[in-house]
Ligand binder design. Sequence first.
Ligand code: GLN
Length: 476
Amino acid sequence: MQLNELTIKEAQEGLRSKKFTSVELTKVCLDRIKARNKDVNAFITVCEESALEEARVADGLLSSGQDSPLTGIPFSVKDAICTAGVRSTGSAKILDNYTPPYDATVIGKIRKQGGVLVGKNNCDAFGHGASNENSMYGPVSNPHDLSKVAGGSSGGSAAAVADNMCIYSIAEDTGGSIRQPASFCGASGFRPSYGRNSRFGIMPMASSLDTVGPITKTTYDAALVMSQIAGQDILDGTTLHDSVPNYLEKINEDLSGLRVGIPKEYFELEGLDSEVKEITAKQIDKLKELGCKVEEVSLPHTKYAIAVYYILVPCEDSSNLGRLDGIRYGVRQKGKDLYDLYAGSRATGFPEEVKRRILIGTYALSAGYYDAYYKKAQTVRTLIKRDFDEVFKKVDLLITPTSPFPAFGVGEKKDDPLALYMADVMVSPAAIAGVPALSVPSGKNSAGLPVGVQIIGSRYGEEKIFRVGSKLEIIN
Ligand code: GLN
């Protein structure tokens, strides 16, 4: 096995027992990026020199016994997350020249303990998309079949982990952007409860849904990264005050007696691929064998999730993206007057999908339409959230497919925004409700494409998700 194929747990053991150094491990990852990135396009920026320097520092920490769990482990970061001194474009040309002066809180926590940042991952611009084709730096290809998409919006992060270009990645999930690409690429993708991790330094998309979390090779690694990045942050007033549970302590506990719900609405959706359904059913059988009590449950407002999501998100988007105007940061186009400067900077700096969301959001928030769209969507959001509150009185976890279908062809849905919005049908409800969810690799379909199964937990109920994920995952 090559060093770049290791999990965090294995790399940590190897580093601590001096089987190899962080410099050696980092070099192997950088070589893999060099060999593969031209085909996969998972990275916009590669930090070759600084990564090797950080690895040398990490080796020093390891040899003097001052290491922490992520010391010396090469990781990558979605480009919509700020990294001090490293260009962060959000995959949009308006930030083509933007280098943040600070780290997002979660990234700062990793870098302070000697994590090695190998580069910044391609994504859909500012997180808008489900196929990574809305990047102004080209689409990301699925490492299992280069003619297929990697999923989105964190397609670069998922592809980089699945293709062993790094050991893990930090990404962002507003409505599925960690879980869906993880499922398409055969990685583990974890969206934490809203408020568990700080959003400070994440380029905001829809602030009431945005979360940041890990894409890893195993559930264990996701739990390990979460234990290092979670917690209250004075720079994000929505973070939870409570201390972070020890996610690794109970990860191996057996599952007997755990109550698992199968939400029938997810399986009645039109367009659910038969192999995805079969693979999910096999995972449900496995849970029964492991002693879980499985029962059918209902989340009656599931059918409204996509409509609610695609009203609320553009509304918040249209406000959040207002800061990108060519004045404060990024690329400024010349104009004959101020209006011209704004219009030119935004017209050339945003891809089509971002413009579409800004227009929809501005429309839905305008006087006369606000009550009909925004207020209505907020009301239905409460009903969707209430569905989850009710169901978690009866069961501990829910199991669903992560995506109704496996990775589709590059270009296949590009000109049909509505078809792409439907790709979020399984992942947006948990985001709307603010509850945590994990996509676990669950094998491959007959075409050799990975399929993920989603485990949804109650708010702040991350521990149980990790316990189940580590038993269900099928790594290949
Ligand atoms: N597909 C969703 C969207 O385009 C995912 C967004 C996200 O989670 N960042 O809005």
